[in-house]
Design a protein around this ligand. Structure first.
Ligand code: ATP
Length: 254
């Protein structure tokens, strides 16, 4: 469903992403791994339309989306989460979701001023969507809690719920399990699997190798911006280039 071809991003003399080609299949979970500074976040920024590539093409369901703006890419079914989840801590979880979903809908200033029918319909729709996505991520029971009072793992789940606002086909998750404990990591992995089971294509950046190896169908390894391996977890963890650049011999034998 997503294909990148010879994707390159240069910042002056530095090549953050270097001639990367890869395919991401519908309903699969793919992981982008690699050392710090390997180009993983830049890769996400390119797909999401946050930065334009220097070279190469990005195809989403066969449509060339290269160089489109982030909002144009989002409308076509791509959503993302970020390493840290920014929420309004003094508002409830539900209000955060309603606001998040609201920002992703169409009413303009005039609709708000005139209290248009479209605005009212959208408000109802936003609340319903917010409730649905909260239920999907397993957080209905904390809808009325203040966002500032919820755990780090719950924040990670809220981030996924926010990303679901646009009914995305492809979710780009940047370190979804960053900063949470091993038990919570297992439970978050279950949520990611559930996304795929519901037909979503998932692409994640993650440093937690145990999680990735048991969760991902497909792994792309970046090093200094270039792809050094691409394949199923077993094949990738046994690849000498990956062991040398990232995993280390201890992990490969574990
Ligand atoms: N806007 C920018 N301007 C200049 N250089 C940049 C910019 N964004 C990223 N870079 C550089 O591109 C390279 C890749 O960075 P990127 O953040 O994509 O790596 P990463 O694999 O996501 O790293 P990490 O795991 O630390 O998040 C780095 O050397 C970084 O300094």
């Amino acid at each position: 469903m997503l294909e990148v071809v010879n994707l390159t991003k240069r910042y002056g003399g530095l090549t953050a992403v270097n001639d990367v080609s890869a395919q991401f299949r519908k309903g699969h979970i793919s992981a982008i791994i690699g050392p710090n500074g390997a180009g993983k976040t830049t890769f996400f920024n390119l797909i999401a339309g946050a930065v334009a590539p220097t070279q190469g093409r990005i195809l989403l369901n066969g449509e060339d989306i290269t160089g489109m703006r982030a909002d144009q890419v989002a409308v076509r079914g791509v959503a993302r989460t970020f390493q840290s989840t920014h929420l309004f801590d003094s508002a409830t979880v539900m209000d955060n979701l309603i606001v998040g979903h609201r920002l992703r809908t169409r009413s303009g200033l005039w609709d708000v001023i005139l209290g248009s029918a479209r605005l009212r319909t959208e408000e109802t729709l936003c609340r319903r969507k917010a409730e649905e996505s909260l239920e999907f991520v397993g957080l209905s029971h904390i809808a009325d809690r203040l966002a500032g009072d919820i755990s780090q793992e719950e924040r990670k789940r809220v981030a996924v719920a926010l990303a679901l606002a646009t009914d995305p086909q492809l979710l780009l998750l940047d370190e979804p399990a960053g900063g949470i404990n091993p038990e919570e990591t297992v439970s978050l992995a279950r949520l990611i699997r559930k996304l795929a089971e519901h037909g979503k294509t998932v692409c994640l950046i993650e440093h937690k190798m145990d999680m990735i190896m048991s969760l991902a169908d497909h792994i792309v390894v970046l090093n200094y911006g270039a792809k050094i391996a691409d394949g199923p977890p077993d094949k990738v963890r046994a690849n000498p280039l990956v062991i040398e650049a990232y995993l280390g011999a201890d992990y490969a034998q574990a």
